[in-house]
Design a protein around this ligand. Sequence first.
Ligand code: FSX
Ligand code: SF4
Ligand code: F3S
Length: 387
Amino acid sequence: MLQCGISRRSFLVFCTSLMVAAPYGLAITDKKTPEEVAAGLDKVLRPPIIWLHFQDCTGCTESMLQTSAPGFADLILNVISLEYHETLMAGSGLQARQALDEAVKRYAGKFILVVEGSIPTKDHGIYMKIAGRPAMDVLADVGGKAAAIIAIGSCASWGGIPSADPDPTGAVGVADLMPDKSIINIPGCPPNPYTMLGVVLQYAADGTFPETDEQRRPKFAFDRDIHEHCPKRAHFDAGNFVKQYGDEGHREGWCLYEMGCKGPDTHAGCSTRHFNEIPDVWPIGIGAPCIGCTEKAVAFKVPMFQVVQLHTIAAPPTAFAPISTTYSTISPLATGLVGIAVGAAAGAGYIASRKFSRAEDDESVPGSVVPDNKSKPESSDSDRPQL
Ligand code: FSX
Ligand code: SF4
Ligand code: F3S
């Protein structure tokens, strides 16, 4: 690194600003800008972290291992002090058990517990034991001595896949068992690793967590829905919907709403921060509908064939002026008046352009003309989302 003329620390600060903070386009907290959070890494606290696995697929850890700026090695060597992690540590059996006991004792009241996976509650732990102890008891013991808990992934946040019907193990998230504890949820299946990095880096920098929403999710990453920033949104607005995987619309990259996409009901930053640091590597980017993996009431609860309600769409089609209307000449007077109105009503015009119904079907627009769109496969208003 020094051969390139910059220190390892400078490189880490640069990468953190670029990869973690900047893509969200806002301050990680209401107190700091991304640059301030990144610069604060020069004075990191290296908080001790204990990472426990319960009912999970290890996808959360795998997701974290794919980061490069900073990479996981940088994170655990320079930013935090990873005391225990069953997937990454070399020890096993008695050696691992002793490592956990010693870390909990040494850092009692000071360590951050990261929980990955849901906790089975049915029949008090018959479904999962760690070193002979029910998972619930391990969580109560270790979690009770933690300064705070990060629940990484949807499983740890509220049960996730293991809690899907018929939920054979009685799977719950950390907050269900320890409601009064300081807990931050980073849902996703798997979660976006840069959300986790943002949370950990802020805590390492100044010992605080970002502001959270009512579901304990950090607002900086969950304050917008997928649909708001989806690259297919223009197709949604134009009424261009995939009807079947592999059809012409699918190949053209049209909207996946009618294939069950839960983007309009899902808060997450996937559309702006893709996975594995490869452009377009996220569900919708590869042509699959969003399953709502960051939402407690959506993923593994609402079937894929069911379309979601459009909560964030401003108004039904009848409230907007039609996009297509009768073509005629415009008088100079009208042009002047429009010119004045445009400045004041630019926002309204933008909204009006989001028209969901075609003018030909709007009886309030007599003689409306809709240009033939030859490149568009058959689509009718009965295909459009019900608002
Ligand atoms: Fe759950 Fe983590 Fe889904 Fe997997 O381990 S959030 S099953 S992708 O990744 O806990
Ligand atoms: Fe994107 Fe899904 Fe919204 Fe379509 S419905 S614009 S695919 S988020
Ligand atoms: Fe999950 Fe939907 Fe993002 S399925 S990864 S929230 S696009």
